[in-house]
Design a protein around this ligand. Structure first.
Ligand SMILES: Nc1nc2c(ncn2[C@@H]2O[C@H](COP(=O)(O)OP(=O)(O)OP(=O)(O)O)[C@@H](O)[C@H]2O)c(=O)[nH]1
Length: 403
């Protein structure tokens, strides 16, 4: 290369390569030391493929062949490996000099632009995961993959407040509290939800700290949303006062029970339970005492049935029980009697002993219907009939005839 041209190349900030047909480097300007960490002497005479990132080698060979065939290359991008092992992103202009039988290439270091693009993509990926993931575990798994691309991340662990529960841990890694973790708090202005903990293979730059802060704030907002959704899902299926299933959940359970009954030829029963004169409890002792009575009634009814049976509150002082896999009427009547007796034990509330009594109606399936509406109507009517008898001063023994 002529002296003037060499002096010119020495002034350039871009890296200039002259490469022979067989890939051997004939010349490289001093900029390569700043960019790749090699002095020119360490590169000249070696084949250029030695410095190319292995993942980019194949398509770089194709590009080189095209340049060698006479088509100049503009804008081709690939990665080289610095002397310290770090990847450098280059953007190339290259042409083949027929006269010198050399490929002349000028490579611009675009690593910073690539990093900035990768950070932008990561911000989008983190925010998308936080907004679209259907569970905390899938969100943190997406966070792990995204952060791993940009940070010297070995393992990610996520610990949630208030009990320090481990909500996520990178695959195949054991967890020990004593390990050295870089911790970032996940919080919204109103509350702290826990920490992202990172085991790192190196230090973090300021922009990487910012990325982690962003990840933590997105995670906090998502955890708040997951908690709200869980509350709403619970509220949609359970009665707030007693904690029992509500009408909707009861209907779901009953639909399943009826389908099982048809399939397996097993019967069951529905009991309608309505408290007697409950209004007077509210009127005489106040709503709070009425509430407490309803809570106690819920517990008492539950204590009379098996774990697999469903006790639900339909609203007000109306409860309903689904007894699965009970075939005979006497069996069901025994449960109804047990509930009536258990409820009848006086209840000490607000300094007074309150009498509790209930009217109970029942419907057996499949004997009295196989459709939910029919069975509910039948049990409801039986309950009203029992209540009417009670109001006429007849005893519990007569109530059973209404069944
Ligand atoms: N404390 C309390 N009361 C409620 C709640 N929901 C409904 N109630 C009251 O429950 C009462 C239900 O009364 P009813 O079933 O109509 O009548 P009852 O006094 O039980 O009379 P009978 O059913 O005819 O024996 C009403 O006074 C409602 O205001 C609640 O969540 N808490």
């Amino acid at each position: 290369m002529e002296k003037t041209l060499q002096d010119l190349a020495a002034l350039l900030l871009d890296v200039v390569f002259l490469v022979r047909e067989d890939g051997q480097i004939a010349f490289v300007n001093p900029a390569c030391t700043a960019v790749l960490g090699y002095a020119p002497d360490e590169m000249i005479g070696r084949v250029i493929q030695d410095f190319i990132h292995p993942d980019d080698l194949l398509r770089t060979r194709t590009e080189m062949a095209q340049v060698a065939s006479g088509r100049p290359g503009y804008g081709f991008e690939n990665r080289y490996l610095r002397k310290d092992g770090a990847a450098i992103h280059f953007q190339w202009t290259a042409f083949w000099s027929v006269q010198d039988k050399l490929r002349i290439g000028v490579a611009r270091d675009i690593s910073e632009r690539k990093r900035s693009e990768a950070r932008q993509a990561a911000l989008l990926a983190l925010s998308t995961a936080a907004h679209q993931a259907d569970s905390p575990a899938s969100m943190f798994s997406a966070f792990d993959l995204t952060l791993r691309d940009l940070l010297p991340l070995r393992r990610l662990a996520v610990v949630l407040e208030p009990d320090g529960r481990l909500a996520y841990l990178s695959d195949g890694a054991g967890w020990a509290e004593t390990d050295h973790w870089h911790a970032v708090t996940m919080s919204t202005p109103g509350a702290a939800f826990g920490q992202l903990r990172l085991e790192l293979a190196g230090g973090l730059q300021a922009v990487e700290h910012e990325l982690l802060q962003f990840a933590a704030s997105q995670a906090a907002a998502a955890i708040e949303r997951f908690a709200l959704q869980a509350d709403l899902a619970h509220a949609a299926r359970y009665d707030e006062l007693t904690g029992l299933p509500n009408r909707r959940l009861f209907q779901d359970r009953m639909r399943l029970a009826l389908a099982r009954s048809r399939r397996d030829q097993v019967g069951g029963a529905v009991l309608f339970i309505d408290l007697d004169d409950f209004k007077s409890v509210n009127d005489q002792h106040g709503h709070a005492v009425g509430d407490q009575l309803l809570r106690t009634v819920a517990q008492r009814i539950k204590s009379c049935v098996r774990e697999a049976d469903t006790v639900a509150r339909l609203g007000g002082d109306e409860f309903v029980v689904l007894l699965e896999e009970v075939g005979s009427l006497p069996q069901v009547q025994r449960v109804a009697d047990k509930i009536r007796k258990t409820l009848a034990a006086p209840l000490a509330l607000g300094g007074v002993a309150l009498p509790v009594s209930a009217s109970i109606g029942l419907a057996m399936y499949p004997q009295q219907g196989e459709a939910m509406d029919d069975l509910m109507r039948h049990a409801d009517q039986a309950m009203y009939a029992a209540k009417a008898l009670r109001k006429r001063g007849l005893s519990g023994a007569e109530l059973r005839t209404e069944v």
